[in-house]
Design a protein around this ligand. Structure first.
Ligand SMILES: Cc1ncc(COP(=O)(O)O)c(C=O)c1O
Length: 506
């Protein structure tokens, strides 16, 4: 049993409703919406009367009423406690999920969450214990811990083919680093907006694209303009005039899942140099790639104009709150000056844990297992889609692929039907900064369990078959990167949305 939390009870003395009735209603509401929980101890009628500046008759009458209704219980002298809401009361009903499924038991196929189930718990514990051995630090390290930056330099070299300044020692904090610790991608975008850009600066963002970055930049006063993508990635020629920054996700375009072609990468950075753009390369799941050759990072092609952002959100957990930034020296200096001025730094705990995971060899083991597991899951899904003749794209990398559907209505119906069948789906429409032009679902296959994925596939396929057949086109010609040997060309054979009026009416 716990003492009740301080309750914001508001009584309206000018109201014709008696104070005791108002008080009972306030407490009933608090018990109904969870501010008061079963077992919470309420103040005595005397204490509550003093607190609310009312007579004790008011509080006693309110308690008596709630007692009669079954909301509270208690014997004279031993305290008054909240019970569970009485059966049949409207407030006693659980939160209604607007579907046939309850969110807790539904299979979550929305992209976003990583395969945390696969993190070896003893390795995890070992890393946290090792991190604790580092002992308390007397001050934060603005650039991130040297050991962490060394691990990231090694990670980038081994897994992303990017060589960054390895002379991490020997530089005073803030001088000469080309890799910084961050608190994750979104936090890094906030820092760049504050440290490097001015309010009103134009940022071109892939459309559809990563709306959390869009919202972050808008909140910082930047002007976000959509830049269309095609099968090869963001179209440099369509970047709006006056753009200062281009934000893109070349390794696995979010949310469509395509990879930016090598030629497009070269064209983008050449144009960035000519036009004076800074390019932000969001490499959120670049470590995950299947059956295709690696492509050069934008940061490797043009370290002078690219800010590369990485994160552990997809390979471990976003709850660790760590990432990294590789950027030209003036940007690094501006971010460090901003951290200094605002007294902010990425927290050390997550960095220490990653260092320990790397030192024990557990990071490498985890990445190998993660790739194997996600590769198997992707094969499971892709084989089923091919068999059912359902077109898809974006399966070369990452932990999600995309099923386009012809209209906004088809997307909405698919998501609602998914809910009814206990499958949580994420629509493409919400990933647009302007009027939606792509409809469909992004299917994430990391967050659920393998068993859930396997058992859900049959109902998923029948929902997808219904949704994708709405456009009247046969879905017989167009499968995947896998069956066709190249995502860009295969993606072009995906039946595209039609620009009917209802397509853009979201
Ligand atoms: C496109 C994209 N970028 C970056 C991230 C990671 O962001 P953070 O490091 O802030 O968790 C995500 C995570 O969902 C993402 O989808």
């Amino acid at each position: 049993m716990s003492e009740s939390p301080a309750l914001p009870v508001i009584l309206d003395r000018a109201s014709p409703t008696p104070l005791a009735v108002q008080l009972a209603e306030e407490l009933r509401a608090a018990a109904g919406d969870g501010r008061l929980r079963s077992g919470d101890r309420l103040p005595s009628t005397r204490a509550l009367a003093v607190q609310l500046n009312v007579s004790r008759t008011v509080t006693a009458a309110a308690y008596e009423q709630l007692h009669a209704e079954g909301w509270i219980t208690g014997k004279h002298g031993s305290g008054t406690y909240v019970t569970t809401a009485p059966p049949g009361s409207p407030r006693a009903r659980p939160r209604v999920v607007p579907t046939g499924a309850d969110e807790g038991s539904a299979v979550d196929l929305r992209p976003g969450s990583p395969w945390v189930e696969g993190i070896d718990r003893s390795a995890w514990r070992r890393a946290w214990r090792g991190a604790a051995d580092a002992g308390p630090m007397s001050r934060p390290v603005r650039a991130g811990l040297a050991g962490y930056r060394a691990v990231i330099a090694e990670h980038l070299l081994r897994h992303r083919g990017l060589r960054v300044n390895e002379a991490l020692d020997g530089f005073a904090d803030g001088e000469g680093e080309s890799v910084l610790a961050t608190s994750g991608t979104t936090a890094a975008v906030t820092e760049l907006a504050a440290a490097v850009l001015k309010r009103g600066d134009v940022v071109a963002v892939e459309e559809p694209g990563y709306q959390r970055a869009v919202d972050t930049m808008r909140a910082a006063g930047l002007r976000v303009l959509p830049a269309p993508v095609d099968a090869d990635g963001l179209l440099p020629g369509a970047v709006p005039a006056g753009t200062k920054v281009v934000y893109c996700s070349p390794a696995h375009q979010y949310p469509l899942g395509r990879r930016m072609s090598a030629a497009r990468r070269v064209e983008l950075v050449a144009r960035a140099r000519r036009e004076g753009w800074l390019v932000i390369e969001d490499d959120y799941d670049g470590e995950l790639r299947y059956d295709v050759a690696p492509l050069p990072l934008l940061a490797a092609l043009a370290p002078d104009v690219v800010v590369h952002l990485g994160t552990t959100s997809k390979i471990l957990t976003p709850a660790l709150g760590i990432g990294w930034m590789v950027a030209p020296p003036p940007i690094i200096a501006a971010v460090l000056a901003y951290r200094d001025a605002t007294g902010t730094s990425p927290a050390a705990a997550g960095q220490l844990v990653l260092v320990e995971l790397a030192r024990n060899g557990d990071l490498g083991r985890h990445l190998r297992r993660l790739r194997r597991e996600l590769s198997d899951r992707r094969t499971l899904l892709v084989d089923a889609l091919i068999q059912a003749d359902i077109p898809y794209l974006g399966d070369d990398a990452g932990a999600h692929l995309v099923i386009p559907v012809p209209t906004a209505e088809a997307e909405r119906t698919l998501i609602t039907d998914g809910h009814t069948h206990g499958i949580l789906l994420d629509g493409l429409a919400r990933h647009h900064a302007a009027r939606p032009t792509w409809f469909g679902v992004a299917l994430g296959y990391a967050a659920c369990s393998r068993t859930q994925l396997t058992t859900t596939i049959p109902s998923l396929l029948s929902l997808l078959a219904r949704a994708t057949s709405h456009d009247g086109q046969s879905s017989t010609t167009n499968h995947s990167a896998r069956s066709a040997g190249g995502s860009a060309s295969a993606a072009e054979r995906i039946p595209r949305k039609r620009n009917r009026p209802e397509d853009t009416g979201r």
